[in-house]
Design a protein around this ligand. Sequence first.
Ligand SMILES: Cc1cc2nc3c(=O)[nH]c(=O)nc-3n(C[C@H](O)[C@H](O)[C@H](O)COP(=O)(O)O)c2cc1C
Length: 339
Amino acid sequence: MPNTTSTTRSCDGNILGSPLVLGSLRIQSRCVLAPLSGVSDLPFRLINRSLGCELAFAQMINARALMRSNWRTVAMLASSHLDRPLGVQLLGADTEAIVSAVRKLQDFDIDFIDINAACPARKVVKRGEGAYLLTMPRALEDLLRAAVRCSRMPVTVKIRTGWDTSTRNAREIARCARDAGVTAIFIHGRTRAQGYSGDVDYRAIREVKEEVDIPVIASGDGLSPQLIKKMFDETGCDGVAIARGALGNPWIFRRAAQFFSCGTVPPPPAPSEIAHVMRVHLAACSEQYGEEQGPVIFRKHFTWYTKGLPGGKALRQKAFSTRTMEEMARIIQEVCSVS
Ligand SMILES: Cc1cc2nc3c(=O)[nH]c(=O)nc-3n(C[C@H](O)[C@H](O)[C@H](O)COP(=O)(O)O)c2cc1C
């Protein structure tokens, strides 16, 4: 695991005082890393784990592509023994593809499989996948049942509060998921129509929590320790999945844990600590993708790490024209001197 901190964690961030139970998994931290397509590769996950994240998702996998053993898709499953517990999320609506993908995943070192019924992207819902499944509760139930039947590891589902404001059916969907035998429900507290903006519907999440007796892990605006606590308080959820709040900000896990245990929000990391973690992250990207691709892939993380830093805009402009590890390391060094 990248060594990003010498600070000993004083608490495990468990706001509820007992582990989050997913089948045979016992997760001490109730804050998990949400599925983040295009972002949550192995280096990103390890950085977050080194700062207090315990449960993480690999990048979303297209079930049909995995069925065909597409090499790019298989490469996205790259992991390590330090990268556990790990969930893999499948995108698909076709039972044959989902069952085939679930069967293939049984041979990988992962801990649970999640079925995506939440992705709002136009090209995805046009294929009847992702959030479109929310419009067909029975079909979704059948799909989930088929996945559960052929998996020896827990199967979960990620949903939204509904398709749009006039069809908010998360409670019905949650019942279908529970009846299909899923181990837990991940819910993004927005409708498909809302995408990633607009108010989070805490009430809808609470209703789902009250409806079913399986763990409910919520996401939506988990951007700060205070907002994460608000999600627990307002919904009674069993866990919070952190998404945008972790972009360039792996400290959110440690800071949330400290907030839960001490009641005060620790200060954000100093520029020198940010630069240190950036260096470790860059090195991990280089190890994973090679010296040429590593810095290119790291650019988006550079943007997130430097968001809000004085002089960040000029640094980002430089980073975006950078092609080598040495240049990127030099620009990271400049992060230390911002104040
Ligand atoms: C860049 C990005 C990629 C995402 N990829 C996925 C994904 O692959 N699967 C999924 O279920 N949700 C995905 N999400 C949604 C998040 O997991 C989360 O539910 C959502 O962003 C709400 O949480 P937030 O408001 O704290 O960001 C993604 C979100 C972002 C910002």
